[in-house]
Every structure is written in C-alpha cells, then in structure tokens.
Design a binder for this molecule. Sequence first.
Ligand SMILES: Nc1ncnc2c1ncn2[C@@H]1O[C@H](COP(=O)(O)OP(=O)(O)O)[C@@H](O)[C@H]1O
Ligand SMILES: [Mg+2]
Length: 252
Amino acid sequence: MIQLTQLVKRFGRFTAVDHLTLCVPAGTLYGFLGPNGAGKTTTMRMIAGILRPTGGTVEIGGIETWRQPQAIKAMIGYIPDRPFVYDKLTGAEFLRFVAALYGQEGAAVERRMDELLELFELGPWRDEITGSYSHGMRQKLVIASAFVHRPQLIVVDEPMVGLDPVGARVLKDLFRAFVRRGGTVLMSTHTLEVAELMCDRIAIIARGRIAAEGTMAELRAESASGNESLEDIFLRLTGARPPHALDAVLDA
Ligand SMILES: Nc1ncnc2c1ncn2[C@@H]1O[C@H](COP(=O)(O)OP(=O)(O)O)[C@@H](O)[C@H]1O
Ligand SMILES: [Mg+2]
C-alpha cells in the first residue's frame, strides 16, 4: 500500500529523513517507532502529500504521490500529531466540512458522521462549537474526520496522546476493525506496549534511518536472548542513555 524508496528530506543542511526504504503491505496495522526527532512526523507528512521530499519517492497503491496529489489524498485519511479544528464550527459542521472537501455530501455522509460521533462519544456535543471542546474531544473529532471520506489508508501520528482510556480503546478497536476489512494503518506511537499488542509489523527508525523492521517475532529473533520486550529492543537499537548515568546527573 505504501512504498517508500530512498526517501530523503533535508531542512537546510540537516537531514531529517535519510534514504528511507520501507514497504507497508495492504491490510496491515503498521507501527512506526523511534525516539523524538527520529523523523517520523516528517516521513508521515511526505506520505500524506503535505511535505515535498528532497529525494526518493513515495508511492501509495502504486501511484507516486507528487504526480497525482488529489487522487492520493482521496485515498488517505491523515491524522496529524496536533489536532486542528475550526473553533467556530460545531462538531457536526466540522465533519460535514471535511467530507465536502473530499466532494462528499448527502444522506450517506450524514449517517456516517452520526455513527462516528456516537463511536467517539461526541454525540451529545455534536451541535456545540469545537472551541468549547477539551483537547481530547478535539482529538477524537479529528480522528473521526479522517474516516469520513472512506479512505483506504489511515496515516496517524501519535494518536494515543491526550486520549482518555475509553477513547484509546475505541481507537484501537476501530483501527483493528478497519484493517480486518482490508484497510491499512500506518501509526507512529511512543506507547511501546500498544505497538507490541496492536501492530502486525513494526519499523524502528533512528536519525532518519531504519534501525529494524519486521513482525514482533522477527524483531525478537534478531536479538541475542530471543525474548526481549519491544522496549528492550527499542532502547538497544536507538542507543538510549544507560541507567547508571542517572546517578551522575543527580550527584552533579
Ligand atoms: N520544518 C522543519 N524545519 C527544520 N527542521 C525540521 C522541520 N521539521 C522537522 N525538523 C527536524 O527534523 C527532525 C525530525 O523531526 P520529526 O520528523 O518531527 O521527528 P519525530 O516525529 O520522529 O519526533 C528533528 O530534528 C526536527 O527538528
Ligand atoms: Mg513526531
């Protein structure tokens, strides 16, 4: 569904994404992990067609993003890390507006909107302006809006941040159900337990490059003991500071 080939993004002299090659098969929930600044958001913005690559290509369903941007955007639901909504619109108006951006309106869209609002427990607030919503409610609305035009691919950046336990559960179940029905999800997350439980495949990136890629079983098989947790694997591959350094910090 997604094929990244030698993808590069530079900001001035800084290389944020460094010749990244990655394949996300259709019908998988794919976890995109890496420390802060690894290049996850930059990569996802290039996949969503918001940021232009410095080099390499992004193909979605065999189509290169920068050749057919509109066709690609119709296939994707992108959920950015910072939820953006128009404060003066109500929840229902916002979803209707997003659907209209994709050229969709009418009874079927209204029904879908109602289902999504109910799912995220926003039904009672559907006619309140989003300016009065909490951060978590806005986030739920933005997640709902990514599904409103029936995309084939969801690209979602750190979705768990700011969600309450019910919202997080709804999100997990929704993504799994979406994938079961043939959809594809690329999800960046810092919640390693969530990734370990939910994702079919995982890529760990560090400094703009792939450090490891595969199913949980494949990632484990590469480690010496063969039974490392995802946290162990992540910390080993991304070169985290060893715990003894903490004493030096606290003693200083
Ligand atoms: N618009 C930008 N201009 C300059 N540097 C940027 C820009 N966007 C991201 N970066 C840099 O690129 C690196 C990767 O950032 P990002 O993709 O947001 O990482 P992640 O999402 O994995 O935390 C960071 O060092 C960040 O400072
Ligand atoms: Mg990010």
